[in-house]
Design a protein. Structure first.
Length: 438
């Protein structure tokens, strides 16, 4: 029990070179807490005591969702105790060993750690963590990340250097070995942590080129090339060439797409082709059924026309109407071509550079729609031209003659009283027959 029985120690969360982190229960508030214990008597130097006191002071001033909340600190039995929020989750080091991190999760880590660093580095004076590594980053159950262990924090910048060398080999920026810690030093640690999570190894075990990590050789073809280029910038040995603002560096590059293996990409391509084939077959079936319905409708209309008796007149108005409809069809085709094959596809292809490949697919669908419309207009124009060619007798009068049918041989035919309709012939015998009837 600590603090006069307020905190009941439940176990040990971790042990470092300078301190031990305990899991405890706050009996008064009925909540779990993390207590960092630093033994003053066992300190090798007063510098270690200063670091412990600085961690408590700095953490007490911080309020951020990505940082553990500070509760209190106290001294008891020759030891310093820092009480803070216990963040539930798994460290990146544990997830890396279990191969549970993919490119999308590493990108989320970079974006969230960038927001945390913007908060820390934006304070006056800037607060530099100096020890960002997989063991000090925890992923919560909801997928978010938190930065812990401020035992190496620095809250004062010294242009002349002279700071204590604090950090972890492989994740420390080169300038930290010279006793200099800058905001860009935390950016290096974040980049090295991301590389270690993707490669599955600590940075010192990965290929190098001179003093630089060979990121491309370390990650191979497993990671998007855009992300590889960004990580190479984050672990640049020269702090003057390295980005000091991780959030801006992330926003300056195109967000890489999740990595897709060649086998999976092939399956996706085959599935899209099969989907397009099925859609085309479905369109053909619908078009065929539509044409059949039109043909049956035309046959019914033609059958009703054959039963018409009496004069039928076609004047010049019908020809003008057909010509007007043809002109309207050609005008509609021109407008459709300009709109759906030129203007809208061009605009969508331009916008796809900003908003992704979805707009390019939309442009392709517009072109397919225009082709379908073109076929429909061509069929309509062909039907009108056929009608104009068949109706060569415009302005003439067509006569029909009704004659009695021959005497039926059966009673049913006599009851029905059928009549026959014949078109007039143009030879002389028909003229004589009409004269005799008059």
């Amino acid at each position: 029990m600590l603090r006069d029985g307020r905190y009941r120690v439940l176990g040990v969360l971790g042990t470092g070179s300078q301190a031990q982190t305990l899991e405890a229960e706050d009996v008064h508030l009925a909540r779990l807490v993390a207590i960092k214990r630093f033994s003053v008597r066992g300190a090798a130097s007063w510098k270690e005591v200063e670091l412990a006191e600085r961690e408590a002071r700095v953490l007490s001033e911080l309020r951020h969702d990505g940082l553990p909340a500070y509760f209190e600190h106290f001294e008891e039995d020759g030891a310093l105790y820092l009480v803070m929020e216990k963040i539930e989750g798994r460290t990146l080091n544990e997830l890396r060993k279990a191969n549970a991190l993919d490119q999308a999760q590493v990108l989320r880590f970079l974006r969230e750690i960038a927001a945390i660093l913007r908060y820390l580095h934006g304070r006056s004076p800037p607060i530099i963590h100096r020890d960002i590594k997989p063991q000090n980053v925890i992923q919560r159950a909801n997928g978010s990340f938190a930065l812990v262990d401020f035992g190496s924090v620095r809250d004062q910048l010294r242009p002349e250097g002279g700071s204590t060398v604090v950090g972890t080999f492989g994740y420390m920026a080169p300038e930290q070995f010279q006793g200099r810690a800058l905001p860009a030093s935390d950016v290096y640690g974040a980049g090295a942590t991301a590389i270690a999570c993707l490669a599955g190894q600590d940075p010192e075990s990965l290929p190098h080129k001179g003093l630089s990590l060979d990121v491309r050789a370390a990650l191979g073809g497993r990671v998007d090339s855009t992300l590889v280029e960004l990580l190479a910038k984050l672990v640049e040995p020269d702090p003057d060439k390295r980005p000091a603002d991780l959030e801006r560096a992330l926003n300056d590059v195109v967000r890489p797409r999740p990595f897709v293996s060649p086998q999976r990409a092939k399956l996706r391509t085959e599935a899209r082709e099969e989907e397009r084939r099925l859609r085309k077959e479905l369109r053909d079936i619908r078009r065929h059924r539509k044409n059949e319905r039109r043909a049956r409708k035309w046959e019914r209309r033609h059958a009703r026309t054959q039963g018409f008796r009496g004069p039928a007149r076609r004047g010049p108005i019908a020809g003008v109407l057909l010509l007007s409809i043809l002109l309207l069809l050609f005008f509609a085709r021109a407008v459709s071509f300009a709109l759906f094959r030129v203007l809208l596809p061009t605009a969508l292809h331009t916008l796809s550079l900003l908003f992704g490949a979805g707009l390019r697919r939309a442009a392709t669908q517009l072109v397919e729609f225009d082709r379908s419309a073109e076929l429909s207009i061509q069929r309509a124009a062909g039907a009108l031209r056929s009608a104009a060619a068949n109706a060569s007798g415009w302005g003439q009068e067509t006569r029909f003659r009704v004659e009695p049918s021959p005497e039926p041989e059966h009673a049913s035919e006599r009851e029905q009283g059928h009549t026959a309709v014949e078109a007039p012939a143009h030879d002389g015998s028909d003229e004589q027959a009409r004269s005799s009837k008059r």
